[in-house]
Design a protein around this ligand. Structure first.
Ligand SMILES: [Zn+2]
Length: 300
């Protein structure tokens, strides 16, 4: 359409004026992070991911209101440490402090309490009219024989009766997208099952020792724009804290080689690359979700 045809109401355009802004973006992002023994480096990287999401969204929507929640989950043998969480808040610093205090430990068998994490996610204070994104970061499947974990103390599923099917359905109904960061082939089965109950489930494969090929980002992330694909240093400061005293977990599902201690935040080059790709992938997905809901916003 030519400009002369596209502007039939010049008065309205004038009222909007040069101060018109991008749509006000209300964005809620919840991290659901497996915090058992093998996940230390990725917990640490979650802080960079939070910062990157804020920067990337604000680059497009300068007035965006971005809330974060963090749900750390482990397993049913881990007592009070089964779940540690902070609800959705716009106080990003408080979320970063929460992540700082987490450590990677526990886990027991390979399968972990993923259903409890989904349950916690469904109970977060999602804002009305928000763009909602949950991000599941894990390297082991849920309890339940259908997920085919290498070892599972609860093959009948979550021992406290949390039903992942119901929870996924509820998340879908509430338009909470779920991105799964898949570090290990042992989670592939879970993803194909989850998609059956929540069409908004997506996954990104993160390369690791068992998948040494450099993974191209999925084409579905294309088109958001260069701000999302900006370079990411991905390094860790010298003297970064090493969580815990090593893992009590047998870690049968560990994606990590022997080069780095379990629970360490100081990873091998490959782990650091995987963590950087994680950060980038999550931010791309969140921004794409925002873009789909609110339409593209040009940088102002
Ligand atoms: Zn449970």
């Amino acid at each position: 359409m030519k400009d002369s045809q596209a502007n039939p109401q010049p008065i309205q355009v004038k009222l909007l004026g040069p101060e018109a802004k991008a749509p006000h973006a209300i964005v809620d992002v919840a991290f659901l992070c497996d915090c058992t023994g093998s996940m230390g480096i990725f917990i640490d990287k979650a802080k960079d991911t939070v910062r990157k999401i804020v920067a990337d969204i604000r680059a497009e929507y300068s007035d965006a209101s971005i809330f974060f929640a963090f749900v750390a989950y482990r397993d049913h043998e881990d007592g009070n440490a089964l779940l540690q969480l902070t609800d959705l808040t716009g106080d990003v610093e408080s979320v970063l402090k929460f992540i700082d205090k987490l450590s990677a430990f526990g886990g027991g068998d390979e399968a972990e309490a993923v259903a409890d994490a989904l349950d916690a996610a469904s109970k977060l204070s999602w804002r009305s009219d928000s763009v909602r994104q949950a991000v599941l970061i894990l390297d082991a499947p849920p309890h339940g024989k259908e997920f085919a974990a290498a070892s599972d103390s609860f093959p009948a599923g979550c021992p406290c009766g949390k039903d992942y099917k119901e929870l996924l359905k509820r998340m879908h109904e509430r338009d909470i997208k779920l991105l799964v960061l898949n570090f290990t082939p042992s989670v592939a089965n879970m993803i194909s099952i989850f998609v059956q109950h929540h069409p908004g489930v997506e996954s990104v494969n993160i390369p690791n020792q068992q998948q040494p090929q450099p993974a191209a980002l999925s084409p579905r992330f294309a088109g958001w724009g260069p701000t999302i694909f900006g370079s990411h240093a991905g390094g860790f400061a010298p003297g970064a804290p090493v969580f815990g005293g090593g893992s009590s977990s047998a870690g049968s599902g560990s994606i990590f080689g022997a080069a780095a201690p379990m629970g360490s935040t100081v990873g091998t080059t490959q782990q650091v690359q995987a963590a950087a790709l994680m950060s980038q992938s999550i931010s791309e997905a969140v921004c794409r979700n925002v873009g789909q809901k609110l339409g593209p916003a040009t940088k102002r």
